[in-house]
Design a protein around this ligand. Structure first.
Ligand SMILES: [Zn+2]
Length: 206
């Protein structure tokens, strides 16, 4: 069965938000249109406590997009974003949320970032998304959302590692860095992820 995974379609990642993805809001209409083609829809949200260790503001003398080393892992520092309970952490108001069956929050541990919708960046703790999808008998995951070169990318990688077929909906994804995203799409194709346009998705319930 096919499932739709909507990654981090939150105000802070939209134009005008604190960590805006260029044209991030252009995917809303596309996502709303494809939702009806899926029987199972899950969403992920970035959901950080204030003072999270991925925020540049948590370090003296650091600025957003600096890269530092935390416990042997490279961490890009971000502007404060998607703080639990804030307006910026809410879904974009235009997103049709009614058919979303389950929402998986990530980045809640103050000491470790979480790009993938499945695991934190250290692969220490699962969000429960894989278990939910298996329980629902989903085997092919169509993944969309923001940002294409960060959280969508890592979600696709983990989907493949977890044994799902992964399909990225190209026109329902926008990256922070367009050049980097071109490399990522090539890499994903090479490891077996399909990349399709929303219009090519037909409802398949088996
Ligand atoms: Zn985050």
């Amino acid at each position: 069965m096919n499932a739709l995974i909507i990654v981090d379609v939150q105000n802070d990642f939209m134009p005008g938000g604190s960590l805006p993805v260029p044209n991030g809001d252009s995917i809303i209409e596309v996502i709303n249109r494809v939702e009806e083609k899926f029987e199972v829809i899950a969403a992920t949200v970035d959901w950080h406590p204030a003072g999270h260790n991925s925020f540049a503001s948590s370090y003296k003398g650091k600025k957003p997009f600096d890269i530092i080393n935390i416990n042997g892992r490279q961490q890009t520092l971000w502007p404060d974003h998607c703080v639990q309970g804030s307006k910026g952490a809410e879904f974009h108001p235009g997103l049709e949320t009614r058919p979303i069956e389950a929402i998986f929050r990530k980045g809640m541990n103050p000491d470790i970032d979480s790009y993938s919708g499945f695991y934190d960046n250290g692969h220490q703790k699962s969000t429960g998304l894989a278990g939910f999808l298996r329980e629902k008998k989903a085997d092919r995951l169509f993944i969309c959302g923001l940002a294409g070169d960060v959280c969508v990318y890592y979600t696709v990688l983990d989907a493949i590692k977890e044994g799902f077929k992964a399909v990225m909906i190209e026109d329902a994804v926008r990256p922070l860095d367009i050049q980097e995203f071109e490399n990522i799409k090539r890499k994903l194709s090479n490891i077996g992820s399909d990349i399709v346009k929303a219009i090519k998705i037909y409802p398949v319930s088996t």
